[in-house]
Design a protein around this ligand. Structure first.
Ligand code: DMJ
Length: 645
């Protein structure tokens, strides 16, 4: 722009008229606004935070949110996928903390071990009882010494071959046929994902494209990582190899996005760990330890209780969910890390992973609990409960699951987890377990002492959980726990059989005349969730009552009839309408959990025997940690195996 001084017109020292000055100022301010605004279009919103937020390293700093993920409301499909519902205080401010320097000597050496040959299995010293003093904290001690375990060590310490004598093939032809059907469903789901959504997180089967979403912080291929172990155990070898090749060549962990710590942990960390322990392919170990490192900054809070959302890039910034009460962290999220983090320490030799989750355990053990119950929201700053909503469904569920599974995964040495689990169960029975007028047993929710007579689909995992915990309970309670597990599983089956589609709603109620049916329109959907089938699988293994296989088959028929579409499987919007409306989403947990549990239900018990394997909450099997045996087979970071048997 050229500015000229006009003759006869008074001008300022710059030689400009007032109107020209005004135009110039307007232009300047427009330019500044434009530059400032452009910052917001930078791909990494965290850059802004780096510039404008406190440089304070550790204490939480209250900031406004530009984090899309954390702004999602609890009813948002992204949260429904995660099983995160409820949640008051949607306007809560977010908290942020930043990445500390992460230092340790995790091994990332790639060494091809090849796939596992079943007849190579040897029980070695696996039968030796674990020493009393070898409790979970020993993982940290071993880490300090820099020892690490590997596939061979775990294999030698298993009691039985992972895939059984004959890959769990059942002897009766009807069960075999049913199992083959489930395998065909897996292949169909996989082939369509591969065809239309390869490399994306999930398949949209109606529109035949991929879904990325914002739960995984820019990580891709959730369906691939979630499917690795299912493909492997089903003997879908070609498909497993494709998946492994994708992980090797395309799973890029250098993402800089904002992820749910919980979701990345249960799906990616869990999926990679299982794939490693089942196959011994070093690429899975290398990737999982690298990913695990990226999660550590989430624990950099005043209490060590991690926040829900973490930036996977170098900033390591973390946030609480925008909808969680007063910047709180969620019980089911920070309480569902223990199994995977213990294994991360085992494989890397880095004790930090174990220390982080033991710190969470310590805080939860010590804190005062209303009526012995664990509320769903806790402040990562003060370490106090934020409000008294208790649920064994969404927001609370897998915390309880991980207590009993931590005990089982420790070769039954983790007495603290055992004690916490059975005390929690006692409180749940006293305060939450109810019987409906029609005789159905259910687990209600608790809001500061008032019962909400509702059970979520998510809460139906508890049949299986209480079942696997029965045998180690107090002698006089064992049969009682098994009965309770069967009753809850029966109630969950009722929620399926009382619908037109024979699939269960997201939540069902026991009030205003309702008995295991959804009374609200918004609770009528089914998104291919596994929990009810998961309980059938455990109850089958524990009792061998044929009804569980029959119920599983009913679910297969319903899935085929209502959820199978031309290009994959889809959730449905209303289980009570036989004219179905599809939600156009094939969730990754359908491949990792629903189909895997169905396959196991129709297999012999020696496929992934429960003496050796504990399933994480995304159905990824993790081996029992037999400390003493493993110590004899551990490797040192730089010199390979100490005991090259
Ligand atoms: C899965 O991702 C896991 O089972 C989680 O614990 C809860 N929600 C889904 C399946 O419903």
């Amino acid at each position: 722009m050229v500015l000229r001084k006009l003759p006869g017109v008074s001008a300022s020292g710059m030689g400009l008229r007032l109107s020209q000055k005004f135009v110039f100022l307007l232009f300047l301010s427009g330019l500044v606004t434009l530059c400032f605004g452009a910052l917001f279009f930078l791909p990494d919103t965290v850059r802004l935070k780096r510039i404008f937020l406190s440089k304070n390293e550790n204490p939480a700093v209250t900031v406004g949110s530009d984090n899309e993920l954390s702004k999602k409301a609890p009813g948002d499909p992204e949260h429904q996928r995660a099983g995160l519902k409820g949640g008051e205080g949607a306007n809560a401010k977010l908290k942020v903390s930043r990445r500390p320097s992460v230092t340790h000597g995790a091994r990332t050496v790639e060494r091809s071990v090849g796939s596992r040959a079943q007849d190579e299995w040897s029980p070695a010293r696996a039968q030796e009882p674990a020493a009393r003093d070898e409790r979970v904290t020993s993982a940290a001690r071993d880490g300090e010494r820099g020892s690490a375990r590997d596939y061979e060590a775990f294999k030698k310490c298993s009691l039985k071959p992972a895939l059984g004598k004959n890959r769990g093939t059942p002897s009766d032809s009807e069960t075999l046929q049913r199992r083959e059907k489930v395998k065909e469903m897996m292949k169909f789901a996989w082939d369509n994902y591969k065809r239309y959504a390869w490399g994306k997180n999930e398949l949209r089967p109606l529109t035949r494209n991929g879904h990325i979403g914002n739960m995984f912080g820019g990580l891709r291929g959730a369906s691939i990582v979630d499917s690795l172990d299912t493909l492997y155990i089903m003997g879908l070898t070609e498909e497993y190899e494709e998946a492994k090749e994708w992980v090797q060549n395309n799973l890029d962990l250098n993402s800089n996005g904002e992820a749910s710590l919980f979701e990345v942990n249960i799906r990616y960390v869990g999926g990679l760990l299982s794939a490693y322990y089942l196959t011994g392919a070093e690429i899975f170990k290398q990737k999982v330890v690298e990913l695990g490192d990226k999660l550590l900054p989430a624990f950099n809070t005043p209490t060590g209780i991690p926040r829900g959302v973490i930036n996977l890039g170098s900033s390591g910034t973390s946030w609480s969910w925008g909808w969680a009460s007063a910047g709180s962290s969620i019980l089911a999220e920070f309480g569902t890390l223990h199994l995977e983090f213990l294994h991360l320490s085992e494989l890397s030799g880095n004790p930090s992973f174990t220390e982080k989750v033991m710190n969470i355990r310590k805080l939860l053990n010590k804190i005062e609990k209303p009526h012995g119950l664990y509320p769903n929201f806790l402040s990562p700053v003060s370490g106090n409960w934020v409000q008294h909503h208790v649920s064994i469904g969404g927001l609370g569920d897998s915390f309880y699951e991980y207590l009993i599974k931590s005990f089982l995964m420790s070769d039954k040495t983790d007495q603290e987890a055992k004690k916490m689990y059975y005390s929690a169960m006692e409180a749940i029975e006293t305060n939450l377990v109810q019987k409906s007028p029609g005789g159905l047993t259910y687990v209600a929710e608790w809001r500061g002492g008032i019962l909400d007579h509702k059970m979520g689909h998510l809460a139906c995992f508890s049949g299986g959980m209480i079942g696997i915990g029965a045998d180690d309970g107090p002698a006089e309670q064992k049969q009682h726990y098994l009965d309770l597990a069967a009753e809850i599983t029966h109630t969950c089956h009722e929620s399926y059989s009382r619908s037109a589609t024979k699939l269960g709603p997201e939540a069902f109620r026991f009030d205003a005349g309702a008995e295991a049916t959804a009374t609200r329109l918004s609770d009528r959907y089914y998104i291919l969730r596994p929990e009810v089938i998961e309980s059938y699988m455990y109850m089958w293994r524990l009792t061998h009552d044929p009804k569980y296989r029959e119920w599983g088959w009913e679910a297969v028929e319903a899935l085929e009839k209502h959820c199978r579409v031309d290009a994959g499987f889809s959730g449905i919007r209303d289980v009570y309408s036989s004219t179905v409306s599809h939600d156009n989403m094939q969730q990754s947990f359908f491949l990792s959990e629903t189909l895997k549990y169905l396959y196991l239900l129709f297999s012999d018990d020696d496929l992934l025997p429960l003496e050796d394997w504990v399933f994480n909450t995304e159905a990824h099997p993790l081996p029992v940690i037999r400390k003493r045996c493993l110590q004899e087979h551990s490797v040192t970071p730089d010199h390979g195996q100490t005991d090259p048997e």
